[in-house]
Design a protein around this ligand. Structure first.
Ligand SMILES: [Zn+2]
Length: 423
């Protein structure tokens, strides 16, 4: 308010509105994510929070604030389509039995800030307890805490005894908190409605068993075809997209047939699954970095050996099958399962995506234009183009030569026209 009063005093009463803020970024190299090319010596003009002009012959207005990134590589703000930004593991027993959702909520903003500073200006957050993700998204959008723009799923919807249920404990142990456990066509429809009621942007459900849970299987289907169809149909009634957690071959095929927008993990996808995904345009969001972290760190955190053995079954095969899917031309969006490993390390997965079949350009497209397409915000994010949000990051060096520079040399982060990092 004070600022507005000052402006009015300076310009007099006939100048009723504060002037818009204009920023000009000089980009030495700029990634055109739609064409998949790098352009030299570009200027990006930003009015308030939107990109107003991009090109090599853009005139910089005299009143613009100039940011000089002429020795850097400028990319659209990165997007991680599979995060759990509200928490990360510290100790298996402590996390399960001594932390309440309040403990989780009170630290969630720390992880949001780390993620943003790593260059991720948007995240699709696919599962959190007690709608902490909704509250965090709202606080970020209101400018109360720094963090990526979030699209959140609320409770992970899963069947009784599934990956989304807390299993492996005595039947006498009861967890006094909400959950996304739902069974039967009516039950899953109601759970979708409940998530929508409390403000989610998308629906996430468990089509198959998982790794980081104590149920026996890694990949068995955990919903019937009818239940999966009902989840997707109900979500679509509300205009929400659906992400399916799916490791196993059969469950992947069932979820794709049900009409999900993305298969998360996709570890044991086979040729039929790949063919169906291509046919239906289903995105693959494969978290192919975190295997390293789980195998090196999880024993130390007291995670049961049973879970670590499951990861050993999944890790290598998931990377190989990712490569097959890429070769076949399945659409890929960047998603890491952050929260399984520490937040802020989101860019470590680029190395593996390049190692297992994508070119550096395709890997960056997966984390920009493809990710924006999957979330449904391609008109506002995913490329540095006129009319889009000014979500812009810069890397020192050339990520086309060395993709790990994105994780090691992220020197500049702007989200919505505001600078959060400038080294
Ligand atoms: Zn996950």
């Amino acid at each position: 308010m004070k600022k507005l009063i000052c402006v009015l005093l300076i310009f007099g009463s006939n100048f009723a509105f504060a002037q818009e803020k204009i920023t000009a970024i000089k980009a030495g190299k700029l990634f055109d994510s739609e064409k998949g090319t790098f352009l030299n010596n570009q200027v990006i003009l930003i009015k308030d929070n939107l990109i107003s002009e991009v090109g090599s012959n853009v005139k910089i207005p005299a009143n613009a604030e100039v940011i000089d990134l002429s020795t850097k590589t400028v990319l659209p703000g990165l997007i991680d389509c599979h995060t759990h930004i509200t928490g990360q593991p510290e100790n298996y027993m402590e996390d399960l039995f001594r932390k309440s959702p309040v403990d989780v909520a009170i630290t969630a903003h720390i992880y949001a800030k780390r993620t943003l500073e790593a260059g991720f200006t948007t995240c699709r957050d696919v599962g959190a307890s007690e709608y902490i993700d909704v509250a965090l998204r709202n606080a970020i959008n209101a400018g109360k805490v720094p963090g990526p723009r979030l699209y959140v799923a609320g409770f992970f919807i899963g069947a009784t005894g599934s990956h989304g249920d807390l299993t492996g404990f005595s039947p006498n142990v009861h967890f006094q908190q909400g959950s996304g456990v739902a069974d039967g066509v009516d039950g899953v429809r109601k759970m979708v409605r409940t998530n929508v009621k409390y403000g989610v942007d998308l629906i996430k459900f468990g089509a198959t068993a998982g790794v980081l849970s104590e149920e026996e299987s890694v990949g068995a289907p955990q919903y019937s075809q009818e239940e999966m169809n009902a989840i997707v149909a109900e979500a679509h009634l509300w205009g929400k997209k659906v992400a399916a957690h799916a490791h196993g071959t059969e469950g992947i095929i069932m979820a794709v047939k049900a009409g999900v927008s993305s298969i998360e993990h996709g570890s044991f996808v086979n040729e039929e699954g790949i063919r169906l995904m291509k046919e239906k345009g289903t995105y693959l969001v494969a978290d192919i970095y975190n295997d390293d972290f789980i195998l090196s760190e999880y024993s130390k955190m007291g995670v049961p050996q049973k879970i670590i053995e499951k990861e050993k079954l999944v890790g290598r095969l998931q990377r190989e099958n990712f490569q097959k899917a890429v070769k076949a031309g399945v659409k890929v969006a960047y998603g890491t399962d952050s929260g399984v490993y520490p937040h802020g390390d989101n860019a470590k997965q680029f190395f593996y995506m390049v190692k297992f079949g994508l070119t550096p350009i395709q890997a960056i497209q997966a984390a920009t234009i493809n990710a924006a397409d999957l979330i449904g915000i391609k008109d506002k994010a995913g490329s540095i183009s006129t009319g889009k949000w000014a979500d812009i990051v810069a890397v020192d060096g050339d990520p086309q030569q060395d993709i790990t520079l994105i994780e090691k040399k992220m020197v500049f982060v702007m989200k919505d026209g505001k600078v959060y990092k400038n080294q």
